[in-house]
Design a protein around this ligand. Structure first.
Ligand SMILES: [Cu+2]
Length: 230
């Protein structure tokens, strides 16, 4: 009995699909061959191109801690690109040029470095802002800095002593993009880059050595790398 019901449901669904296909084909033929043939199906082409242009490109970066660097340095934090469910190297990040990029940075690290005050400001993003989705744990009310986080919070800067890492792109001394990232937080921002290859760098001294600028900080795929917009 059950099997028979399923069969009936499937065959009627197929029948409906065939009818719809024939109807759509007839409509399209009418538009092209009928007396509307001098004007193309404007509605359809416009809808397609607008939705494609306005959809931002999704870039997801993940910062993990305790990545083995080498025997003398030990473990270091590192940026990765989340791609099809896999953490891939952040050494050379490729994005489309002149396109809205919606970047989500998932940071599992609390950080232990210092940063120059200029990098406390959000720079180069839509409205000069970033959204901190959460700054300690999912469902927490207070983050480490005692900022109340109810779901998410839009900020144009982050307290300088509460930045674990940054995702920063500079052209010489000009800051093109700066996204400060709070400890154990998820940060979202939208930006756009013209074509070219840029250097990205975390500006928090989260690496090894006396200044914290060795190890991860000066190694591509850890706390620096390139961004190619093409
Ligand atoms: Cu860092």
């Amino acid at each position: 009995m059950v099997i028979k019901l399923k069969e009936t449901a499937i065959s009627s669904a197929v029948a409906v699909a065939i009818v719809v296909t024939i109807a759509a084909g007839g409509l399209a033929a009418g538009l092209f061959v009928g007396h509307f043939s001098s004007s193309p199906p404007i509605e359809q082409t416009q809808v397609k191109s607008v939705s494609a242009a306005s959809a931002p490109y999704q870039l997801v970066l993940v910062i993990t801690t305790n990545n083995f660097y080498n025997a003398s340095v030990g473990y270091q934090p590192a940026f990765f690109v989340l791609s099809n469910g896999t953490l891939e190297s952040s050494a050379n990040i490729t994005i489309p040029a002149n396109t809205k990029i919606e970047v989500t940075i998932i940071n599992y690290d609390d950080g232990n470095g210092t940063v120059a005050p200029i990098y406390a400001n959000v720079t180069g993003t839509l409205n000069g802002k970033e959204t901190i989705v959460n700054n300690t744990n999912v469902n927490s009310t207070y983050g480490n800095d005692q900022i109340v986080v109810n779901g998410s919070e839009q900020v144009s800067s982050v307290p300088v002593n509460n930045i674990a890492h940054t995702f920063t792109i500079q052209n010489g001394s000009k800051v093109l993009l700066n996204i400060p990232i709070e400890p154990s937080s998820i940060v979202q921002a939208t930006f756009e880059l013209g074509p070219g290859t840029y250097t990205w760098q975390c500006e928090v001294s989260c690496g090894s050595g006396p200044t914290g600028w060795d190890g991860a900080m000066n190694t591509a795929g850890w706390m620096s790398g390139t961004v190619t917009a093409e």
